[in-house]
Design a protein around this ligand. Structure first.
Ligand code: SAM
Ligand code: SF4
Length: 388
């Protein structure tokens, strides 16, 4: 089956935070009083991007970028002038779609007045706020650097600055949280009228302070009940769930994340960033990731040392990788996409699909790969069924 190049996105990782949160295993490093090497990092991002464009050659040459996502870490540590300089450099190197979605992750504790106008002028048209909770006691338990009212003020000033596309990240199943507490957080999020809400279950990640010293978290059944109650409240407020943790107003789903979940392509630049590129001419799906530590990443900009690893995804791993993404989407994906994006015939997954259908985990639709409500509940088992 011929591979067909899917839409292309750009992910940019900013690996610093004011302070490391005890639950977080993202590639983020607390500043400990020292500012990041701002301009040096932007230079290193350009060198990384140039080297990737050179290495991937015809597999990316001339392809339009449909979305850019500044993730972290805390990208909002970078002043608007730096983001402007970066986006300007991207436009010089790549065709950027006129209506490209450009998202910047923002910690409400880092955005003094005036920054939002600058980001907007630079081309950022979507902000994603790390809110986590609107309960000050919970925020302090989570080691956050802002209060609930500071978070609300930040969101309102972004709306005043003219942003029409705003996501709020909330977490639930927090230490000693009740269902009422989780619902109260959702109510305060909804009251701010963002266009998108990401609602994550707090998980204990290895090598975090919480894993070493676990707080008392609600058990799985309580967490599931919280999720269902919050989903209902979000639905009633006009936010439809379209992915395991993502809820959006009509037409406000995140273009960038949808591209990941549909097994689209993305260049990944910055410390620890992951990329995935379809080389249709060679019939390969290539993954490449960058060295994680900022110091190592910065030590030789654009050199081979910036690459943490890379290689073509083996054919027998593609069905699992594809499902890992696609089945997170509540509406699933068109069946035809599987062959276009993996280069494998759909017969390759016929047995696994039949088994998942017998268990009631996938719908019977011949045209879509889509989980049932039961399949969403047992998503890890459903996806494991596609391991070779
Ligand atoms: C890179 S952070 C967002 C921006 C910014 N760094 C901040 O925290 O304000 C991405 C999001 O992942 C979520 N997250 C991080 N660690 C998590 C964990 N252990 N369990 C669940 N969600 C987590 C949080 O909601 C967080 O806002
Ligand atoms: S949750 Fe956000 S602010 Fe906290 S350490 Fe992780 S990336 Fe940094």
């Amino acid at each position: 089956m011929p591979l067909i190049a899917p839409p292309l996105s750009l992910y940019v990782h900013m690996p610093w935070c004011v302070k490391k949160c005890p639950y977080c295993d993202f590639n983020s490093h607390g500043l400990r009083g020292e500012p990041p090497p701002y301009d040096g990092y932007i230079d290193a991002l350009f060198a990384d991007l140039d080297a990737d464009l050179h290495d991937f050659g015809d597999a990316v040459h001339g392809r339009t970028v449909h979305s850019i996502f500044f993730g972290g870490g805390t990208p909002s540590l970078f002043a608007p002038a730096l983001i402007d300089r970066f986006l300007d450099g991207v436009r010089r190197r790549l065709p950027l779609a006129q209506d490209a979605e450009i998202t910047l992750e923002t910690n409400p504790g880092t955005v003094e007045h005036g920054r939002f106008d600058g980001y907007l002028a630079a081309g950022v048209n979507r902000l994603s706020f790390g809110i986590q909770s609107f309960d000050d006691a919970k925020l302090s338990r989570l080691g956050r650097i802002h209060s609930a009212s500071e978070a609300e003020t930040a969101v309102k000033s972004a709306q005043d600055a003219g942003y029409r596309n705003i996501n709020l990240d909330l977490m639930y199943a927090l230490p000693e949280q009740t269902q009422e507490g989780a619902l109260a957080d959702v109510a305060r999020a909804v009251a701010l009228q963002p266009t998108h809400i990401s609602h994550y279950q707090l998980t204990l990640e290895p090598n975090t302070a919480f894993a070493a010293n676990p707080p008392p978290l609600p058990d799985d059944d309580h967490a599931w009940a919280m999720q269902e109650a919050c989903e209902q409240q979000l639905g009633a407020a006009g936010y439809r769930q379209y992915e395991v943790s993502a809820y959006a107003r009509p037409d406000r789903r995140c273009v960038h994340n949808l591209n990941y979940w549909r097994f689209g392509d993305y260049l990944g630049i910055g410390a620890g960033a992951h990329g995935k590129i379809t080389d249709a001419a060679r019939g390969e799906v290539i993954r490449r990731w960058k060295t994680r530590h900022p110091k190592a990443y910065l030590s030789a900009p654009g050199s081979k040392e910036r690459i943490g690893g890379s290689g073509a995804v083996a054919g027998d791993e593609l069905p699992f990788e594809y499902m890992l993404n696609a089945l997170r989407l509540i509406d699933g994906v068109p069946m035809a996409d599987f062959a276009e994006r993996t280069g494998l015939p759909v017969e390759r997954i016929a047995d696994a699909m039949a088994q998942a259908r017998r268990k009631g985990w996938l719908t019977d639709s011949p045209d879509r790969l889509q989980t049932t409500a039961l399949g969403q509940r047992f998503l890890n088992d459903v996806i494991s069924g596609f391991l070779d």
